[in-house]
Ligand binder design. Structure first.
Ligand code: DMJ
Length: 504
């Protein structure tokens, strides 16, 4: 059943009344609770609790009805073993004998720490330590598996080490890192191509399949470095970082004279297949936010707004262009307000929704950008935008069995799928908007899947010269700096963004 309340608008009267009531109930403390930023402490607490409720409604239903399978089907309270379906638009080569990898649990671990629930975090870590195996006959998308599983495991490993004194004595001894190494080893055969550009698909048990497609996306080649770099730094085995860097550099060498890259390419020949360049799914570098252009000529190809593009204001914020970020954020917010959520694709050329891509699968990008802009500006307006997002999610997508994706934003008809990124990202960024204590005095990079990687000072050291073959162009800058700069250029669906935030 849907929440009876309509989605909120910024500074809605209802929330102000709730905040005032809460302030009245908390007495003297509340009197001083309206801070100079114009957004009361009680109101923030109220919103934080609302987001907590959302996360646990999604998580508890997953654990009750879907775990240890991959994702929850909230309408039927059942499950889907969807790892091999991620990015697999035609649903080809689906495994016959695959029973899931507890994907949503892996994706939830870092969020549990951000939310302050170390007990549940530890329970999940120990279950995965004993039960998770990647020795499964499943053809998976390298990009998706990297950001969700590898990134989820590495982030949880770093958090487990960091919070070790608050976990039960002696029970955590790097099990998640061992799992990550096991997974990373299964990725490596994908990079064995003449160009070093990895295959998009790999079978976890058997490696690259016979007659596997050689077509991949820019994001599939250019966005593996954060996770694979971290894996090398943590394990001491340089192969993962070397493979990802080689692919990234090859991709960079393929940019056009206009410094643009295309969308899809062939991993054997290193030639572009689709020349359109933009920030939407599968590709990368900005031409303008909504315009896509031919990477060779700069001529406009498509003019469209997509839900995935909504990461852009966050990236502009990280680059320091807060004024531009604010403007592009407002454009996405206008569309959010018009539809109640962001449609997957809106054709600006025709002023209409894309005929088939009318869905909203609980994506996080707009909440993510709202969080970054609030961190940068402390403007309470962004907290009010967060209220509208929370209001819409609860009103349109909350069902008894979790949170359901929207199949069609023009009818708000639902779809039986709760994507794992709703727990790793959407709820996390909304929570951090109202309570960022997790970030205090820490230095994290958030991966594109919202998994925080704690930056260790030792990672700033250079790898030895033997790190890559001598004919590669090695940029002599510290790992974090080089990866951040390169990765910033290759962010979008599947693309990693350097989200390095130190809470002020
Ligand atoms: C997530 O898997 C990641 O944010 C990825 O970068 C893009 N797609 C989804 C969320 O929309």
């Amino acid at each position: 059943m849907r929440s009876p309340r309509p989605p909120g608008h910024p500074a809605s009267a209802r929330l102000v009344v709730v905040a005032l009531l809460l302030a009245a109930l908390t007495g003297g403390a509340a009197a001083g609770a309206v801070r100079s930023d114009g957004y009361g402490r009680a109101r923030k607490l109220h919103m934080k609790n609302k987001v907590l409720d959302m996360f646990y409604h999604a998580y508890d239903n997953y654990m009750a009805y879907a775990f240890p399978h991959d994702e929850l089907k909230p309408l039927t309270r059942s499950f889907t073993d969807s790892l091999s379906e991620l990015g697999n638009l035609n649903l080809e080569h689906l495994p016959q004998d695959y029973n899931g990898s507890a994907l949503t649990l892996v994706e939830s671990l870092s969020s549990l720490v951000v939310l302050g629930n170390l007990t549940e975090f530890e329970r999940g870590v120990l279950w995965l330590s004993e039960n998770l195996t990647f020795d499964v006959d499943a053809r998976i998308n390298l990009f998706e598996c990297n950001i969700r599983l590898l990134g989820g495991l590495l982030s949880a490993h770093l958090l487990a080490k960091d919070y070790i004194s608050q976990l039960k004595d002696g029970l955590y001894h790097d099990q998640l890192l061992h799992l990550a190494v096991n997974l990373g080893n299964r990725f490596l055969p994908a990079f064995e191509t003449p160009t070093g550009l990895p295959y998009a698909w790999i079978n976890l048990k058997y490696g690259v399949m016979e007659n596997e497609t050689t077509e991949t996306s820019t994001s599939g080649c250019g966005s593996l470095i954060l996770e694979m770099g971290a894996l090398s730094r943590l394990s001491g085995d340089s192969r993962y970082e070397a493979a990802a860097l080689r692919a990234l550099r090859k991709l960079w060498s393929m940019r056009s004279s206009l410094n643009l890259v295309g969308t899809t390419l062939d991993v054997l020949t290193g030639k572009w297949i689709e020349y359109s360049s933009g920030i939407g799914a599968g590709n990368t570098i900005l031409f303008s936010v909504y315009h896509e252009a031919d990477m060779r000529t700069g001529e406009a190809t498509y003019w469209q707004l997509t839900s995935l593009q909504a990461f852009w204001p966050g990236l502009q914020t990280l680059l320091g262009d807060v004024a531009a970020a604010n403007l592009s954020h407002r454009e996405f917010y206008n569309v959010w307000q018009r539809f109640g959520v962001l449609p997957e694709r809106y054709l600006l050329d025709y002023g209409m929704l894309h005929p088939t891509e009318k869905y909203y699968p609980l994506r996080p990008e707009f909440a993510e950008s709202t969080f970054y802009l609030y961190q940068a500006t402390k403007d309470p307006w962004y907290l009010e935008v967060g209220e509208a997002i929370v209001g819409s999610l609860n009103y349109y997508t909350k069902v008894d069995g979790g949170f359901a994706s929207i199949r069609d934003v023009s009818t708000m008809k639902l779809e039986d799928h709760q994507h794992s990124f709703f727990l790793s990202e959407t709820c996390k960024y909304l929570f951090l908007l109202y309570d960022d204590s997790f970030l205090k005095n820490q230095n994290y990079i958030f991966t594109t899947e919202g998994h925080p990687l704690l930056i260790r000072s030792t990672w700033h050291e250079k790898f030895p010269a033997t790190h890559g073959p001598s004919n590669w162009t090695i940029v002599k800058v510290p790992f974090i700096l080089s990866s951040s700069l390169l990765v910033l250029l290759f962010r979008n669906i599947g693309l990693v963004c350097d989200k390095n935030i130190s809470a002020g």
